[in-house]
Ligand binder design. Structure first.
Ligand code: UDP
Length: 366
């Protein structure tokens, strides 16, 4: 008998397990994949730590969360500064003075602001109601057309007018010559990859890999007093109100006999025609000097049952559906839902850690 059955060995489940174990609780962690770590899992290929389920760059403004992850690994000084490739033209991201200068030849913040204002007024956007209007309002139509529209429509498989505006607000808009993708105070990549962090967090818990909760639900439910469920909340309820939508991804990995393929860890392809959204060159996350390189092309796809869900699509229809499931979840006395899939939220790693810590601490003082 266990105190907690934790379904999913990703970051949320691992933080929960670590804290609960520290307080003397007995945890069983199961995952249907045959490795720990969920989507933060990294694996060595040609001595390079490859982010197997997409690039993960740790960033936070919260000192406590930063100190928390630093107890499990040393973090390097990597600063994310992706570049955009629009039909062979290269622009700096996030949208900043380097981007504005390359696009319009403007030199001062004043000139850039004037240009954006003209474009916003010409487009007639006053109160942005969707991603397209929000983007035009923030950076004008030129940047929207070259750097946002194509990427967004590939990434989400939907028109930018059908998507929520908060998605584009993830990216800073800056009137300084600063290519740092994040505004947060703390940022870096764990030296040696993420898998080692999860390993340390799961030390002291029992871990069973390659097991599917849904194939033996009754048995698993009887094994523990409480369940921490980090899978898809709609699947937990057998999709009884309907199926929540997700975006999935297909990763195409290549090892190349080349020591530097693209000169940067992340290059976004922002035109509509290139079928992938970005190419990741993993060695640059750790300033690697290996003779070879590993690159990953990321192809977004529509999720269907059986695929891996990566991104919740938080539009109006899905949000309403999620709230029906959430109402059921709130009635549960012995099930805790967590993580990107359990709460249907576009959470980053630091937010996952913060929410797992909050929940486990509330749980353990009961
Ligand atoms: N985005 C864009 N162009 C870019 C990068 C991002 O239009 O070159 C938009 C796109 O809609 C994307 C969103 O900004 O889904 C959030 O980007 P972020 O890099 O935060 O996405 P993630 O790394 O989580 O996939």
């Amino acid at each position: 008998m266990y105190d907690y059955l934790i379904v999913g060995a990703g970051l949320y489940g691992a933080v929960f397990a670590y804290e609960a174990t520290k307080k003397g609780k007995k945890c069983l962690v199961i995952d249907k994949r045959n490795h720990i770590g969920g989507n933060v899992y990294t694996e060595k290929v040609e001595e390079i730590n490859v982010h197997k389920y997409g690039a993960h760059i740790f960033h936070t403004n919260n000192k406590e969360i930063w100190e928390y992850v630093n107890q499990f690994a040393e973090f390097n000084r990597y600063t994310n500064s992706p570049v955009a490739n629009y039909n062979g033209e290269i622009y700096n991201l996030p949208f900043n003075m380097n981007t504005f200068n390359k696009l319009w030849g403007v030199v001062t913040p004043e000139q850039a602001k004037q240009k954006i204002k003209e474009q916003r007024e010409a487009a007639g956007v006053k109160e942005p109601k969707n991603l397209e209007e929000q983007a035009i309002s923030l950076v004008g139509t030129d940047i929207y057309e070259k750097l946002i529209k194509g990427y967004t429509e590939k990434q989400w498989g939907r028109s930018a007018t059908e998507l929520p505006d908060f998605i584009i607000k993830r990216l800073p808009v800056r009137f300084t010559y600063d290519n740092n993708y994040f505004n947060d105070k703390y940022q870096g990549i764990p030296v040696g990859g993420y898998t080692g962090i999860i390993e340390k967090m799961l030390d002291g818990s029992e871990v069973k890999l390659g097991v599917n909760f849904f194939e033996n639900r009754q048995k698993f439910e009887n094994l523990a007093n409480k369940i921490v469920f980090t899978g898809m909340i709609d699947e937990f309820y057998n999709y009884k109100f309907g199926v929540l939508e997700y975006r999935s991804l297909v990763f195409e990995n290549e090892t190349l006999d080349n020591d530097n393929y693209q000169g940067n860890a992340v290059v976004n392809y922002t035109d509509r025609e290139t079928p992938y959204t970005r190419i990741i060159e993993h060695k640059h996350f750790e300033f690697g000097t290996q003779d070879k390189t590993v690159i990953t092309k990321e192809y977004p796809t529509e999720w269907k049952k059986g695929d891996e869900p990566y991104y919740p699509i938080n539009n109006k229809q899905n949000t309403e559906l999620y709230h029906k499931y959430k109402a059921l979840a709130e009635q549960e006395e012995n099930v805790i839902f967590g993580g990107r899939l359990g709460t249907y939220r576009y959470y980053d790693m630091h937010q996952i850690i913060a929410s797992a810590l909050k929940t486990v601490n509330e749980e353990l003082i009961k």
